[in-house]
Structure formats: structure tokens, C-alpha cells
Ligand binder design. Structure first.
Ligand SMILES: Cc1cc2nc3c(=O)[nH]c(=O)nc-3n(C[C@H](O)[C@H](O)[C@H](O)COP(=O)(O)OP(=O)(O)OC[C@H]3O[C@@H](n4cnc5c(N)ncnc54)[C@H](O)[C@@H]3O)c2cc1C
Length: 638
């Protein structure tokens, strides 16, 4: 099957305007006739629900936390991109478009990325109007800093807590609609199944995480803004609760999963310190504006970092990539760090990190400037590592951070299942094989505030006069029965191993064979191991408690069960993509310098997988990527 992304006709810069003009509308007085479910209250879901409510639709919004403002988006640190060109350093919509396409290693759709760059301008205006306290320069203008993969400064920020401030903006907009009665908020509700009737998404089944009640919710359309699946690797920078269940359940019901193997490994995280760790911590990419990355030239150098003179240090990013230096994109920086550590140049007690050093910046700018820019990140580092980064360099190493893959969507952000829309990190849409820093917040808010509220009308307009689907239908009954049966099954196993022990073992397999470097033999082996472990999980997992009360062990068990199936698909996708691109590095496909080597003749497509059952090969559908506005080239940051 060839997938139709329904990209509008016309020149690149006019596609979104054309689409908006040609799309059907729902008149204001008709919007209250439509019910819309939004799952997720992060930047994508929160922005979408607030906007749809403001427009006059009846919205039900769900999250599993106790408050919408605890969504994982709150953790975002460094900033959000926009092509405002406030710095007058040559930025433009076209440059942001170009940087993003190149940064994604030419594996994203041109039309989506251009639209994203256009909308980036509106996002900043919208957030400033809401009162988001972006950093300002002395004269009062909004300040910018640089992020990887760009030679301009276009990243807007609020110290090291940009996600928190943006989410507070979206949350206030959402609360306003809740108060106005256009949005009904369901906290502590987990979507456990998508309901599909006659090929169309018509609702969801949820579990009230406090009372255990299983509930049915019907609507004319379902929007998933449920975040990324990096926690499939167990150790990641994601919030511990982030999971894939919503998108995986939709995938099992027919929604295609695109590019699952495109995982972003972020270069600046605090290195693993021991076996009992359950979480990794990001040190924002913004630190690479002022921090210099190095390792000792002598791999046996045991001196404290400050004792090692400049000429005995290898500032390897500055040496290998003089044009972008410490601000090369994440995939490039991560692989370079891995090479250093693999070659024995690692630092720290476990020799598993590289230095990120602020000494030169502190000497040049003063400690107060560094504190103003990154104070909360430095505090966080000191609390975790016990070392003061104003005095000794930070130690960093790559960690799983973001997933570029997700449910396949067309240009209007609708999946191949009519009525099911997917936004934010949960879809695959805009970042190709590698996301540039500060672009996830941009995409989540573009999707939530601007794109989805426009495109969903184009779909709903076809259903004017159609009553909302009934929650009493056979499709709802079947979906509810499936949720109950699965819950009972998990509780009845009463095995000997905890959910976490399975999750940890799964993560180790993935990190080892499907992490920063992959090869055919390793991927085949990993898939077999994942299948074996999944079978053991369903024989021997121990889930305490019952289904009629607050039970976090049960919640986690369901999520890990879905991670197992997703992990298998990850291996299958990584094995099928016989090239290296962005975050997907196949050892068999590299340049003489060890960089990713794409195969545009054979792999310039989006892989969209159809589910056939656990343990069975998924079916591959391809969406060819057509590049009419950029020239495909070997990515170089030298
Ligand atoms: C530490 C860290 C720092 C980052 N810093 C930056 C940065 O500076 N700039 C940048 O651009 N990006 C950054 N990112 C990436 C960015 O934060 C995320 O990609 C983005 O916030 C995801 O937003 P989202 O709305 O798609 O999902 P999320 O914020 O993850 O929200 C998911 C929502 O879905 C709900 N949900 C999920 N599953 C279910 C279910 N089954 N039932 C009910 N509800 C469900 C959750 O409750 C939550 O409300 C960072 C990421 C991390 C990990």
C-alpha cells in the first residue's frame, strides 16, 4: 500500500496557506455539535485542548498524572526555536526549514517542516501574550541562544526551565476553558484502548487510576498527544511515567507506526553511576553554548581535570568539526563521545564520561553571567553528582532522550485511521532521523495551538449532522472486555519477578544492541531476546494488589507489556533500514571517518509498519520522501 500524505499542491512556502484556504471549515455555531477527545496535557495536548475549547468544541481531555501541569513537557530545559531573526544574524523561515531538514538527515517531509518553520513565529507571539517569561536582553527584547545544528541564535528560553514556563502558559489557557465548561478534565485517567468502529476512531477506554473504574468515552474524533516512548530503554532522561501505551494500543488497532528505530541519544546527560539507577538526568544542550567538551589526550591520565594543562586536552569536537565545534547536532556529538569512551579516553570513576568545561566561559563572562544563564542546571548537577561545576568540569555521556518515531500521520496530522489525530512527540512528523535541539517544544506547540485545531475541522466538517458515536456499541463493549481481560490476566500470573526487573532487562538489551550503534547480527539477536523475555514476563511477572484500587504495580505492568511489543518493532525497523541516518547508526554503513552513510536511492522513505501480532513480522508500508527544495547531500558539520 502506498501511503498518501495528502501534501497540498503549490510552491513550498504557499502550501500551508493553500491548505488552510482549501480545507473545509466548521462554522462557530456548529462546533458545539462535535465532541473531541484529547489524550495528553503536555505542550501538544494541553495546547490543543485549550484551543479547541476556545473555538467552541466539546472537549474531554485526559492525563494519568494528578494535574495536567505534571506532564513530562514540564521537564524541558533549554529552549524553543523560532525564526524571528531578532539577532539579525541571517536567520529566516527558509533557514530554519533547511537546518531542520538537514539536521534530520533528509528523512523528514519538506512540506511539514516548512510549515513548522513558518508557525514558529506565531508561537513566540502567542506565548508572550500569555505572559510566558522568556529571557530578555538589557534593552527589553527577547533574548536568544544557540542550539546544535544551527549557525544562528534562534532559541528562546526561560533560564533552564523553558518547558515549565511554556506549560504553565498552556495550562492556564486550559484551566480557563475548564472553568468556561468547554473542556472536561479527567486527571488520573489512563487510556488503555482505542475504540475503532467501521475503520474509524470513535473513542477510548480508560481506567480511573484511583478507583480502578473502567470507563467508556465516545467522540467524533480522538487526538493523541501522549508523548514519546524513550522509556522503552528503561534508562532515559524522560519522566519515569512516560510510556507508549496510548500509541501502542492505537497501533494494535490499525494505526501505522512510523520510523520506530529513530531514537535520539542526547550527548549531555549525567553518566550512569551504578546498577540501581532508574533514571538519567539531562544537562541541557544550551550548556554547549558556553561549555567546551574535552578528554585528556593521554588515556591513562589520572590527574584531576583542573590539573591537566590545555595542551594536554583533546577538545575533540572543536578539532574534528571546526565550523560547528561544540554545537554539532546531537547524533554527531553523541557518537563522537561514544568513540572517545570506547577508545579508552573516558573520564570519571567508571571512565564512562567526557568533560563539559565552563572554565573559559567563567573567565570570559564572569560567574554571575553563567549563573544567570544556567544556574538551575548547575544546582541540579551538583545535587546529583556532589561536584561543583563552577569549579570542576561536568562529566557527561549520551543517554536516550527523545523518539523521532511515532504514529504515522498525514499532512493534517491524521493517522491512517480516520478520526484519529496524533500530535507532539507521539507522532513521527517533523524531525526525520534526528531532531535538532529546541525543536520539540516548537513542534508540540505548532501542532497543538495552530495545526490540529485547523486541520481537524477539515475532517469533522464531513460529519456535520452525524450523531456522536454511541458508547453502547459492540465496538465499545469489545474494547472494554479486552481491557478487563488484560488487567485480570496481569493480576492472575502471580509470578516471582517484579515488573521493574523485566523492564530493566529489556532496557539493557535495547541499549546494547539497538542503542547508539547497531548491526544486523546484534539486531536479530536482540529481537530473539526480547521475544524470550516477553514470554517470560507473561509467565512470571508478579503484580501485587487488585484492579479496584490505586495500583501502580498494575499500571506499570501494562506499560511494560506494551514496551515489549514496541521493542520488537524497533529491532525489526532498525534491521530493515540498511543505511545509517541521524540517530540510526548501522555499523555496516559508515563513511571512512565513521559518520552516518545514507542510502538515498533505496531508503528515502518513511517506514510505516502495520501490526500483525506479537512475535510476528509487521508489514512495511512506504511513504516516499520527495525533495524538491533541498539538495540531498552528505551531512557535514566540519
Ligand atoms: C529532560 C528533557 C528536557 C527537554 N528539553 C527540551 C528543550 O529544551 N526544548 C525542546 O524543544 N524539547 C525538549 N525536550 C523534549 C520535549 O520536552 C518533549 O518532546 C515534549 O515536551 C513532549 O511534549 P508532548 O506534549 O508531546 O508530550 P508530554 O509532555 O510527554 O505529555 C504527554 C501527556 O500524555 C499523557 N498520557 C500519556 N499516555 C497516556 C495514557 N495512556 N492515558 C492518558 N494520558 C496519557 C500524560 O499524562 C501527559 O499529559 C526535553 C525532553 C527531556 C526529557
Amino acid at each position: 500500500m502506498t501511503l498518501d500524505a495528502r501534501i497540498p499542491a503549490g510552491p513550498l512556502a504557499e502550501k500551508w496557506s493553500n491548505a488552510k484556504f482549501e480545507m473545509k471549515l466548521v462554522a462557530p455555531q456548529n462546533r458545539r455539535k462535535f465532541d473531541i477527545i484529547v489524550v495528553g496535557t503536555g505542550l501538544a495536548g494541553g495546547a490543543a485542548a485549550a484551543t479547541l475549547g476556545e473555538m467552541g468544541y466539546n472537549v474531554k481531555v485526559f492525563c494519568y498524572q494528578d494535574s495536567p501541569r505534571r506532564a513530562h513537557s514540564i521537564a524541558a530545559q533549554g529552549g524553543i526555536n523560532a525564526a524571528k531573526n531578532y539577532q539579525n544574524d541571517g536567520d529566516s523561515v527558509h533557514r530554519l526549514f533547511y537546518d531542520t531538514i538537514k539536521g534530520g538527515d533528509y528523512r523528514a517531509r519538506e512540506a511539514n517542516v516548512h510549515r513548522l518553520a513558518e508557525i514558529s513565529l506565531q508561537i513566540i507571539d502567542q506565548c508572550v501574550s500569555q505572559g510566558v517569561p522568556f529571557a530578555r536582553e538589557y534593552g527589553g527584547l527577547l533574548d536568544n541562544r544557540s542550539f546544535g545544528g544551527a549557525q544562528v541564535s534562534r532559541t528562546f528560553y526561560a533560564r533552564g526551565q523553558t518547558g515549565q514556563q511554556l506549560l504553565l502558559g498552556a495550562y492556564q489557557a486550559l484551566e480557563r476553558q475548564i472553568d468556561a465548561g468547554t473542556v472536561q478534565m479527567y486527571t488520573r485517567h489512563e487510556m488503555l484502548e482505542l475504540v475503532v468502529e467501521d475503520g474509524r476512531a470513535v473513542g477510548i477506554i480508560t481506567r480511573d487510576l484511583v478507583s480502578g473504574a473502567i470507563e467508556r468515552h465516545a467522540a467524533h474524533a480522538v487526538v493523541l498527544g501522549t508523548g514519546g516512548y524513550g522509556n522503552v530503554f528503561y534508562l532515559s532522561t524522560n519522566a519515569k511515567g512516560s510510556n507508549a501505551t496510548a500509541i501502542w494500543r492505537a497501533h494494535r488497532k490499525g494505526a501505522y507506526f512510523a520510523n520506530p528505530c529513530y531514537t535520539q541519544i542526547h550527548p549531555t546527560c549525567i553518566p550512569v553511576s551504578g546498577e540501581y539507577q532508574s533514571k538519567l538526568t539531562l544537562m541541557s544542550e544550551s550548556l554547549r553554548n558556553d561549555g567546551r567538551i574535552w578528554v585528556p589526550k593521554d588515556k591513562d591520565d589520572r590527574r584531576a581535570p583542573n590539573q591537566i594543562p590545555a595542551e594536554e586536552r583533546d577538545y575533540y569536537l572543536e578539532r574534528i568539526y571546526p565550523s560547528f565545534a561544540n554545537l554539532v547536532p546531537r547524533d554527531v556529538a553523541s557518537r563522537a563521545a561514544k568513540r572517545m569512551v570506547d577508545d579508552g579516553f573516558g573520564v570519571g570513576p567508571l571512565k564512562n564520561g567526557v568533560y563539559l568545561d565552563f572554565k573559559t566561559a567563567i573567565e570570559r563572562l564572569g560567574r554571575n553571567v553563567i549563573e544567570e544563564r544556567y544556574g538551575n542546571l548547575f544546582d541540579m548537577y551538583e545535587n546529583i553528582s556532589g561536584e561543583n561545576p563552577y569549579e570542576v568540569p561536568m562529566r557527561i555521556y549520551p543517554a536516550v532522550h527523545y523518539t523521532m518515531g511515532g504514529l504515522w500521520v498525514d499532512y493534517s496530522l491524521m493517522s491512517n485511521l480516520p478520526g484519529l489525530f496524533v500530535i507532539g512527540e507521539a507522532n513521527f512528523s517533523d524531525h526525520g532521523a534526528n531532531r535538532l535541539g529546541a525543536s520539540a517544544l516548537m513542534q508540540g506547540l505548532a501542532d497543538g495551538y495552530f495545526i490540529l485545531p485547523t486541520t481537524i475541522a477539515g475532517e469533522l466538517a464531513n460529519h456535520l449532522g452525524t450523531p456522536a458515536p454511541s458508547p453502547d456499541s459492540a465496538a465499545f463493549q469489545e474494547a472494554e472486555d479486552a481491557v478487563r481481560a488484560r488487567t485480570e490476566k496481569l493480576l492472575s500470573i502471580k509470578g516471582s519477578r517484579t515488573v521493574d526487573s523485566f523492564h530493566k532487562e529489556l532496557g539493557k538489551i535495547l541499549w546494547e544492541y539497538v542503542g547508539m550503534a547497531r548491526n544486523a547480527a546484534g539486531l536479530k539477536h536482540a529481537r530473539e531476546e526480547v521475544i524470550k523475555l516477553r514470554e517470560e514476563f507473561w509467565r512470571d511477572v508478579k503484580v501485587l494488589g487488585d484492579g479496584e484500587s490505586f495500583n501502580q504495580s498494575l499500571e506499570r505492568a501494562g506499560r511494560v507489556a506494551d514496551f515489549f511489543e514496541l521493542a520488537e518493532l524497533l529491532c525489526q525497523d532498525a534491521l530493515a533500514r540498511e543505511e545509517s541516518c541521524g540517530g540510526h547508526f548501522r555499523e555496516e554503513h559508515q563513511t571512512a571517518e565513521g559518520e552516518a552513510k545514507r542510502d538515498d536511492d533505496n531508503f528515502a522513505y518513511v517506514s510505516a509498519w502495520e501490526f500483525n501480532g506479537p512475535g510476528k513480522d509487521a508489514t512495511l508500508h512506504k511513504e516516499d520522501l520527495v525533495f524538491e527544495n533541498v539538495h540531498l547531500a552528505q551531512r557535514s558539520y566540519k
